[in-house]
Design a binder for this molecule. Structure first.
Ligand code: 3HC
Length: 708
């Protein structure tokens, strides 16, 4: 079976890549060998071939990069470097081909796929939303190792290239065209013909002359070695600030770019392959690659037996037009492109909700993620009602009203009275058991939980929660719809706090207890940002809101007893009319919505004098291990279906550091035995809430792990 087929048109060889039995084209050593054979031994040598077009036979992928599966087989840095060198040699030879080579790009053109395209003489891309060009390597903990750190800055300038490389970004074709990564933008229907024409033109007229873009500023900063020094310095500072030093790949990529631009391509390529070898076997890359495969696997897992049908969803109803409801409505319109009817008790509220929902579309228009035409079309999908008009045609209704069981019961009864018999009904509760909300329904088999995270348009996770009575079809419908909304979806058990809030609860409680003991606010937060969280727990409390956190904390305390007893700090603050960021009165100061320093006036309200000289490792261990222990307990109770779901839920739901792979991967990495030891130490010093859970103790005793 071969991945390549060739047809010749007017002296132009069209080399089409279609890896048999695989959903995407990817470059492995075997494919590279085959490519070399066809490209260099046949087409380059054949005098009848004047130019070559590289195109994909896959519907929505050009080339998705190097084969990531292969990275897991690399045993040491030398092997990694050798594997990378194979790719570099191939791509260097394409760049040196005496005949013009045109890349005809439709769909994902990523990593080594883009690096191959960059070595071509000319790049044509379709203006289709599926066409994305990018270098996502640093998101996998590695760097563009097949010349990407060399050819991209030479093509579009150092600043634009670093912007893509250091963040692991992908750009849609129109933006890539604007940046100069792509030479022509066409409709998919004419991609092939346009590529053949371009190939003939280049064969007749020779290689195109390329001019530096961007005027005076670009000549000073992109094309001048002194100016570039400033760019490198700034890029380094930004990387260190963003990664907290936890992710070595962006710095390695920066070194490869800098070396290549200042000391020549060969020196740059050497850095690329050496760094690739070093990074490919690093613990960080292994964890990030695990996250990639876990996320990919979740895209295909509906959380119900394979073959369970899902109902088609064309129209949804959202009940409750507050921040959550509006967020769900706006995100559903823009991502899933379904008709959305937003309902609240009166039209003034509905109007406010629609405005919030539209703000999501406005943001996308402003950032040019939507064309004006798409924006108008999607805005028209959003409508509101003060009564139940339109709900008679809804396929899915999501309730996002106040967190009060009685209110929810009433709303669900009203929904059931107006929707079609086959519609799925979901509650976006974060604390109330789904089984309780579904009590008294006429057809509760179609009812479940869909727990979104705030802000809905930005948070990537959705928890879908079936109760015991929920029909698997309803689950499949909710999961697939969540995915259409752009979410990574995990199916979790109907237990208090579900998964994310369950493991968050002891962590936030511990932050409150540390505060009560006088640990300064900034010390608590710094301990966890140093650990790798995007924000610390005190900042998170400000974001969540003290009223919401107190309510949630109360529910968890009631369900699980003393182990999850919250500190009294938040209640004292709520009594002082402090609610967190939303009313501008939290642990931190807020001015015009911007977060400032710690609000020192909080300490006297809760009767605390901040201590000097706290042991930061102790702070970190108390917070982190409270969460790890709870995760171990919750998974032993079956709250998530697999360690994979638990880890992805923690990473996407709370921002658990991806380079640690999630709480369960972290336990594996440190060993259950070590986790039990740390917890026993904490228990002696700080109380029984740190008692290691039975499951963890058993794992420590038996030497077992979550992942094999
Ligand atoms: N290597 C191995 N497998 C890959 C792959 C890759 N580069 N890209 C995708 N796949 C696999 C997925 O694991 C999945 O496998 P499965 O069906 O067995 O579960 C299958 O292809 C389909 O993938 P998705 O479900 O993700 O399909 P989508 O259509 O949603 O997305 C995509 C397609 C945009 C290409 C997405 O898969 C993606 O982003 N892939 C990764 C791209 C990437 O990171 N490339 C860089 C690789 S590193 C590199 O090139 C190093 C070089 O610089 C030396």
């Amino acid at each position: 079976m071969t991945a390549f087929s060739v047809s010749i048109e007017q002296g132009v060889a069209i080399l089409s890549m279609d890896l048999p039995g695989e959903p995407v084209n990817k470059l492995s050593p075997g494919v590279v060998a085959e490519f070399k054979d066809v490209f260099f031994e046949r087409l380059q040598r054949d005098d009848a071939v004047r130019a070559i077009v590289i195109i994909s036979g896959k519907p929505d992928v050009f080339i998705a990069g190097a084969d990531i599966d292969q990275f897991l087989t690399i045993r040491n840095a030398e092997e990694g470097t050798a594997m990378d060198q194979l790719g570099q040699e191939l791509i260097n030879r394409v760049a040196a081909c005496p005949k013009p080579v045109v890349a005809a790009i439709h769909g994902a053109c990523l990593g080594a796929g883009l690096e191959l395209a960059l070595a071509c003489t000319w790049r044509i891309a379709t203006d289709h939303p599926k066409t994305q060009l990018g270098l996502p390597e640093v998101q996998l903990g590695i760097l563009p190792g097949a010349g990407g750190c060399q050819r991209l800055p030479r093509l579009i300038g150092v600043r634009a290239a670093l912007d893509i490389i250091l963040a692991g970004k992908s750009e849609r074709a129109p933006k890539a065209f604007k940046l100069g990564m792509v030479d022509e933008l066409v409709h998919p229907a004419i991609l092939r013909d346009t590529a053949v024409r371009a190939a003939l033109r280049l064969a007749a007229a020779g290689r195109p002359r390329r001019h530096h873009r961007g005027g005076l500023q670009a000549s000073l900063l992109d094309w001048n070695p002194l100016g570039r020094r400033i760019v490198y310095r700034q890029a380094r500072a930004t990387v260190l600030q963003k990664t907290g030093g936890h992710y070595p790949a962006p710095l390695a990529a920066l070194k490869a770019v800098q070396t290549g631009m200042e000391r020549g391509m060969e020196a740059g390529l050497r850095v690329e392959r050496e760094e690739f070898g070093r990074l490919a076997v690093s613990a960080v890359a292994r964890q990030l690659i695990n996250v990639f495969f876990a996320t990919t696997a979740l895209k295909k897992d509906d959380g119900v037996p394979a073959g369970t049908p899902a109902k088609p969803v064309q129209r949804i109803g959202v009940v409750g037009s507050g921040f959550m409801g509006a967020g769900i409505a706006g995100t559903a319109a823009v991502q899933a492109e379904v008709e959305v009817r937003l309902k609240d008790t009166d039209l003034a509220r509905v109007g406010k909700g629609l405005k919030l929902a539209r703000a999501i579309l406005d943001g996308r228009l402003k950032r040019r993620r939507l064309t004006r035409y798409q924006y108008e079309r999607m805005t028209a999908l959003l409508t509101g009602t003060g009564n139940w008009t339109g709900f008679g045609r809804a396929d899915l209704v999501i309730e996002a009203v106040f967190e009060d069981l009685e209110v929810k019961h009433q709303v669900i009864a009203e929904i059931e009275a107006v929707v079609p018999a086959e519609a799925v009904i979901a509650s976006n509760t974060s604390t109330i058991p789904i089984a309780r909300i579904g009590e008294g329904m006429r057809h509760r088999e179609r009812f479940l939980g869909m727990h979104y995270f705030s802000p809905v348009d930005r948070m990537p996770l959705l928890e879908v929660i079936p109760a015991e009575f929920t029909d698997p079809t309803a689950v499949a419908t909710a999961v697939q719809f969540g995915r259409r909304m752009g979410k990574t979806v995990i199916v979790v058990a109907d237990r208090p706090g579900f998964w994310v809030n369950r493991i968050l609860s002891p962590y936030l409680n511990e932050a409150g207890l540390l505060l009560e003991e006088g640990v300064p606010i900034e010390v608590i937060d710094r301990a966890m940002t140093d650990f790798g969280f995007p924000v610390g727990p005190v900042t998170l409390l400000d974001e969540v809101g003290f009223d919401v956190a107190t309510k949630g904390g109360g529910v968890m305390h009631q369900a699980f007893g003393d182990r999850l007893r919250p500190s009294g700090v938040l209640q004292q603050l709520v009594a002082d009319e402090r609610l967190g960021r939303k009313n501008g009165r939290g642990f931190y100061l807020y001015e015009d919505g911007k977060k400032g320093g710690v609000d020192e006036s909080v300490y006297p309200i809760v009767g605390i004098k901040p201590l000097a000289g706290t042991d930061e490792l102790m702070v970190r261990n108390r917070l982190a291990y409270a969460m790890l222990n709870e995760a171990a307990l919750a998974i032993s109770e079956g709250v998530v279906r697999s360690p994979r779901d638990g880890d992805i839920g923690a990473i996407f739901g709370i921002g658990f550091p991806p380079f640690r792979g999630g709480p369960l991967r972290m336990i594996d990495a440190e060993s259950a035995k070590q986790a039990v030891n740390v917890l026993e130490g904490l228990r002696l010093a700080h109380g029984d809430r740190f008692e290691p859970c039975e499951a963890l103790v058993a794992m420590a005793r038996d030497g077992t792990r979550y992942y094999v």
